[in-house]
Design a protein around this ligand. Sequence first.
Ligand code: ADP
Ligand code: LRH
Length: 483
Amino acid sequence: TEPRSFAAVDLGASSGRVVVGRVGGAELALEQAHRFPNEPVRLPGGLHWDMLGLYREVLRGLRLAAGHRPVSVGVDSWAVDYGLLDATGALLGLPHHYRDTRTDGVAARTAEELGSERLYALTGMQFLPFTTVFQLAAARDSAALDAAATLLLVPDLVNYWLTGQIGAEVTNASTTGMLDAATRAWLPGLAEAVGARPALLPPLREPGTTVGELLADPARSTGLTGTPVVSVASHDTASAVIGVPATTPEFGYISCGTWSLAGLELDAPLRTEGARRANFTNELGVDDTTRFLRNVMGLWLVSESMRTWGLDAAALPALVDRAAAAPAFAALVDPDDPRFLAPGDIPARIDAYCRETGQTPPRGRAAVLRCILESLALAHRRTLRTAAVLTGRDLRVVHIVGGGARNALLCQLTADALGLPVLAGPVEATAIGNVMVQARAAGLVGDLAGMRALIAATQEVRRYEPRGAEADWAAAAARIGWE
Ligand code: ADP
Ligand code: LRH
């Protein structure tokens, strides 16, 4: 088949990009049309996303992609955050950032009121304080929520601005805490339970369906008149999991960017008491798959430390090299400690954590980075080993996709900690997953296994063999009380 192009808009928590994917026959080639930073803005009312700035960059990226004459456009982004529209379709205020403190205390209280066990039985969601349903609880009785007619998650909001069509894509909807993991349908009673009108939740759509055509204005300004927008797996992590170049069913994955989303792909949700206690989520994937995973704090710890140090992202590779030469297992933290969630001075919080736990705090940037990366590797080990036990699966290989695949030290430490080979890449797995679902809607690729075989055959993947002693990692895990 003659290769054709597709435009993927992928908004990550740290940067956004518009990527053009050429797909056809044995070919899958990616080209970045545009990349832009995603910098939140603090207002008196809290921490917000610069939604209009992001949309402007999306349009700029689509204009840059237009020369490739894409067959369609697809949009994915980070999960849980939303904009509210009034009955005329006007946006009611800027979307809050999930790291805003407005859910502090509210989330735990709401989960307790609704019953954690009951919630898990219904939604299969891990407890995260910023899950949409808890954000709604925090916004209860606000003017915006009172005036709102529709709630749109970020990719659905971008799709609405592009096409005028309203809907909720199901993989991302599964992160709201208001979706039934088994039936893939809304649980309207949960919106109601936190004081939000169930009518706020738009009709659901599955990946692969058409959202609509570009409205006159975005069509003119981008040069994409007549191009349809296709519903992709709009949760970035769902697209990233499609983009895992697995060639065996016995794989674990880590979608490693701002967060490390570590887990397995299942045929159906697993909502056992053990899964709930270990705080595993059952987010939805394409083709009726379940993403059984857990959020690990991820490279946020690195990027926020870099920000604290006043270092540019370009300084990271050299710092990683220095961290690789720093002493091993000098200091360890639980990356998921809630103190690390909000923006701020992460190195100072690591210092405090180490003092509280009787460890000598790391001194110097390379030592801090070593501490973060070893702690993340340890969290990857704990999460994937727990997932294997909970599901009765055997893991033979772990895929790392996303920006973290560029961090050779983290990939090696993760292989060492798990005692399994790590296959790193593609870095742009999310954009690839986005492109794949569009290509399938155009009839160019087959099922999930076929997509992954194409990715494995065409994209660069680096292999890391496990090294070192299991006993060292077991001792490290014991030191932070994990084994
Ligand atoms: P998100 O989609 O959440 O915005 P990405 O998948 O783009 O995140 O990953 C961004 C992260 O990737 C950065 O915070 C950084 O830690 C890591 N990264 C990117 N490039 C490199 C590099 N050259 N060396 C090491 N790490 C890198
Ligand atoms: C990763 C991600 C993750 C969510 C978080 C809010 O970008 O979508 O899957 O838990 O952002």
